[in-house]
Design a protein around this ligand. Structure first.
Ligand SMILES: [Zn+2]
Length: 768
């Protein structure tokens, strides 16, 4: 039984543990301005960041940029396979999946953002219903909130600690009542992140200072008058690349040009007037971490259309105002008035959908963005924030009446997913990783291809310009080349493209193709439709004892209701099926075909030796050192493998003559004797070798076409009956199944079902 004492210990330990894990509180303590400057000296690029730069850094932290990209030709890479999963997927209840096209578009805008060229803008994420916009924005904001509150994302803001005693000495009239202290404590208690300051104020009998946070979250560095900032930074920061950028680049203009907020500025001037010199003023200036909290609207404010407008736009703090007034003995000198926009200055303001009350907010934003500031009673309040909004196509008309809006808005399209790999990821995320195992390889991707074909344009001018004769790819692709387009959208250049077409796909062409895609993904099956269809498909066809195959997919699509079916272009399913059939046949072919390089080389060497000798002679091959009896049967046996089994005597003689001629005039006399080549490096050997391999490959499917026993053995594989089959056939079937598993990721059951599919659909003859 637990004693009181042991319980006490475990409680203590728990508290200790909590203490240890509360590193946040530690670092969230305000530091004197002097210390802030030394932090600035140590980490200038981190401390001197506005919201745009911090946001950009956050994106850079979470988005992984891989080495290889879709096109590496030319001086500039066109598309990058960004991995955005840390940003939108990991650790989120509702993951958002980006495809390559969207990720590139998004990252491009984020790059502009940092450079500060487009700060006075509203970023509108624009897309059809069911594209996941709100999930996207929620995840984005959440990651920023997390990041901003870490060591890496930390930025500082101004907090004044007005030393009462010092100022009283000047004024000799201020007292802080006990009641006021109590109120102050309650106020502080709400602001959990300012823990460190409470003790000093409440713990001692006499409060040392009045704490006034900057409502606009201004960077403490901005408290330094504008005309001195350059000199200070020149002194403070060592001469390195960052300093050069700081002093020259547009993104750092704010460091030199931005005014500190009106409240801070009036505090500064009042203090300077009373204390006489700036260094005394800076002693009352502190820097504390800018703490982001979406729930209390600190640094991030998010509005839904239904959120009713606040009654009060101008906020104040009466108690604090009274204390300031009595400290300075003047009620006009500092007015602690601000709007709710101040709370998101240097932060983020987001509107979820431009509907209802959010239309009014949008209009209000317009004025702020055009001016960069707005009036709070008599005071001008600066608003430098990141403005985000979501918009559905039908809501565009809500802002139609404000033509001047257009140049303030940066639209970023969020279309439906156009990449099948990403679409598959969504299914897996929703239904679980196990679903993959329910399908034969390639079938799940093909389901996704059907979904995506409804979202992309049927005709493409760029593709027509690129590939002049699409018919040559009829085994891989539809004649509109939609399947090829999908491959490119997934960042994949298919291996089946011919060399010349791969060469002519330069950056310019690729950009043209991608540019066409800008209009895609606004129609067709939505994300929600797709998930619903997948659910129906999976629950109907996934079975314990068999895998979902391509015939199931075709049947399912065929039975779809008209609305969905009409979205699939005519002929697309036929092409998809043909592509699948051809691919699965190629897989079987590659898995069946095997050759022994050594055996082939030996055959060819012996054949060359035999041809250069008389029929019926017994010779020792000069290459293999094997003794061979040169007979008609011996030559034919190799020729059958080398060329073809059904050749007449005349053709055989011709071939032998050709080999002999090449051997004596070139191979032996020139290549071997003069160039000192090995027989395997000669032109004769190489051409015979190629013919041998080609011939083997051509005949590899024969068992599928002609050999009934082989077909039966496949059907019986993994059953009792399999044992009764011929030993050699059993070995071949096992070899085939093993290779399908090893090379193409089949399970044994899947490999067997795929082979049966090939047999049942007579694919070997279909593509003969
Ligand atoms: Zn301020």
């Amino acid at each position: 039984m637990e004693t009181h004492a042991s319980k006490k210990i475990s409680v203590d330990q728990t508290l200790e543990l909590l203490d240890k894990n509360m590193t946040d509180y530690q670092r969230l303590k305000p530091v004197p301005f002097e210390e802030f400057l030394s932090i600035l000296n140590a980490k200038p690029s981190q401390i001197l960041r506005n919201i745009f730069q911090a946001f950009h850094d956050m994106i850079k932290t979470y988005v992984v940029e891989p080495e290889e990209t879709i096109s590496e030709e030319g001086d500039q890479l066109s598309f990058t396979n960004y991995d955005c999963s840390k940003l939108f997927v990991e650790g989120s209840e509702n993951p958002f999946f980006t495809d390559m096209l969207f990720a590139n578009r998004f990252m491009k805008q984020m790059e502009y953002l940092r450079h500060g060229a487009q700060q006075n803008r509203i970023y509108i994420f624009y897309g059809p219903h069911g594209c996941g916009k709100s999930t996207f924005l929620n995840n984005l904001l959440k990651k920023f909130e997390q990041y901003a509150n870490t060591e890496e994302g930390l930025r500082y803001e101004i907090v004044w600690r007005l030393n009462i005693k010092k100022l009283q000495d000047k004024e000799k009239s201020l007292t802080v009542s006990a009641f006021e202290k109590l109120i102050h404590y309650v106020e502080k208690g709400e602001d959990t992140f300012k823990q460190g300051t409470n003790e000093k104020i409440f713990g001692s009998a006499d409060a040392e200072y009045i704490e006034i946070p900057c409502v606009s979250h201004d960077n403490p560095f901005l408290a330094i008058p504008k005309d001195q900032r350059r000199i200070v930074l020149d002194e403070l920061i060592k001469n390195d690349e960052f300093k050069w950028r700081l002093f020259t680049e547009k993104e750092y203009e704010w460091v030199f040009k931005e005014e500190v907020c009106t409240i801070c500025s009036s505090i500064y001037h009042s203090l300077l007037e009373r204390l006489g010199n700036p260094s005394e003023v800076y002693k009352m200036l502190y820097a504390r971490p800018y703490y982001f909290n979406r729930r209390i609207g600190n640094g991030i404010s998010v509005f839904n259309p239904g959120d009713s407008p606040l009654k009060q736009n101008v906020l104040s703090n009466e108690i604090l105002q009274n204390r300031i007034n009595s400290l300075f003995q003047d009620s006009n000198i500092i007015s602690y008035l601000y709007s709710r926009f101040a709370k998101i200055n240097n932060g983020i303001y987001a509107l979820m959908d431009i509907k209802s009350h959010n239309i009014e907010r949008m209009v209000e934003l317009h004025n702020i963005i055009s001016e960069g500031l707005h009036k709070v009673e008599d005071i001008e309040e600066r608003v430098d924030s990141l403005f985000f909004a979501l918009m559905n196509p039908e809501d565009k008309r809500s802002i139609r009446d404000f033509p001047s809006f257009e140049d303030r808005i940066q639209y970023i399209d969020i279309p439906y997913i156009l990449d099948m790999k990403t679409e598959v990821k969504i299914f897996i995320n929703i239904f679980g990783r196990h679903i993959e195992g329910g399908f034969l390889p390639m079938v799940l991707e093909n389901f996704a291809r059907v979904i995506i074909c409804t979202r992309i344009g049927k005709k493409s001018q760029a593709l027509a310009e690129w590939i002049k004769d699409p018919a040559k790819y009829k085994n891989f692709c539809d004649d509109q080349l939609m399947l090829l387009k999908m491959e490119l959208f997934s960042g994949n250049i298919p291996k089946w493209l011919e060399e010349e077409d791969i060469k002519s796909l330069d950056n310019k062409m690729l950009k043209k193709i991608i540019a066409e895609s800008e209009i895609y993904g606004k129609e067709g099956l939505s994300g929600r439709d797709s998930i619903k269809l997948f659910d129906q498909f999976y629950s109907k066809y996934a079975k314990e004892d068999r895998l979902v195959n391509m015939s199931d997919l075709c049947t399912f699509i065929n039975k779809l209701d008209d609305t969905a079916k009409r979205m699939i272009p005519p002929g697309f399913m036929d092409s998809l099926l043909r592509m699948y059939d051809y691919s699965v046949l190629q897989q079987v072919k590659e898995s069946l075909y095997y050759y022994n390089e050594e055996q082939i080389a030996k055959d060819i060497k012996n054949y060359i030796s035999a041809v250069t000798n008389e029929i019926d002679s017994v010779v020792k091959c000069i290459f293999t050192k094997e003794e061979i009896h040169v007979t008609e049967a011996f030559l034919e046996s190799i020729e059958n493998r080398l060329i073809s089994s059904n050749m007449d005597k005349k053709r055989r003689d011709e071939i032998r003559k050709d080999v002999l001629k090449e051997y004596t005039t070139r191979t032996l006399t020139h290549e071997i004797m003069i160039e000192e080549k090995n027989i395997t490096e000669t032109r004769l050997f190489e051409s015979l070798y190629d013919r041998y391999v080609h011939n083997l490959k051509k005949r590899v499917l024969e068992p599928f076409i002609e050999n009934e026993n082989f077909r039966n053995a496949i059907k019986d594989f993994d059953t009792e009956k399999f044992k009764t089959h011929d030993k050699r056939i059993k070995k071949d079937v096992k070899f085939l199944v093993d290779n399908l598993c090893k090379k193409f990721g089949y399970t044994i059951q899947g490999a067997n079902e795929a082979c049966i599919y090939v047999i049942d659909n007579d694919l070997a003859n279909k593509f003969k």
